[in-house]
Design a protein around this ligand. Sequence first.
Ligand SMILES: C[S@@+](CC[C@H](N)C(=O)[O-])C[C@H]1O[C@@H](n2cnc3c(N)ncnc32)[C@H](O)[C@@H]1O
Length: 185
Amino acid sequence: MYEDKARWNEKYLNKPMPDEVSEIVKKNLHLARKGRALDIACGMGRNTHYLAHHGFEIDAVDLSDFALSKVKAMDAIHKIEADLDNYEFQCDAYDLIVKINYLDRNMFPKIIKALKKGGLFIYETFVETATGEGYHNPTNPDFHLKIEELLQAFEALEIISYQEKDAVNLRGEKVRIASFVARKK
Ligand SMILES: C[S@@+](CC[C@H](N)C(=O)[O-])C[C@H]1O[C@@H](n2cnc3c(N)ncnc32)[C@H](O)[C@@H]1O
């Protein structure tokens, strides 16, 4: 964990992440009931801040103390410095869970449990490409989703939208991303 934390702190120092709110969050926030939200691997808080300004109370969890130091101190934001590999979410606790550009498959069932009934899950991260040609495709399968993997992993939820599309990563490389919105039944 210490290595990961140091690595992420260094990444943030060398190349700060964009601070624009994720499009998928902006576009789908109106589908969520106001209340408690969880921003998983919140980074420097671009989405956390947006949720706070829209009336949510947010648990913002990340490993990087540097990134968390950039998350605004607001009553509505609870910053939690933790390693998500060993972090247990509260069950039936959240009206909204947001997870952007982060993949940990062990967490999928925990997310379903952490949502309240009717709670919304907004997720976007990298997905493999069919051929790999012309795209940046990480060689480590832990770092990207399989094609349509989320549809199966979250079949217990009511799926509102799912899309795989082209995008550009921070290094300007062409990548594929999966955008997923679902509600707990
Ligand atoms: C690509 S950034 C995405 C940040 C944010 N979601 C956003 O879209 O701006 C990935 C984040 O995951 C965090 N992270 C990586 N491994 C983690 C772990 N095991 N526990 C908690 N956070 C972790 C990093 O510190 C980093 O902030």
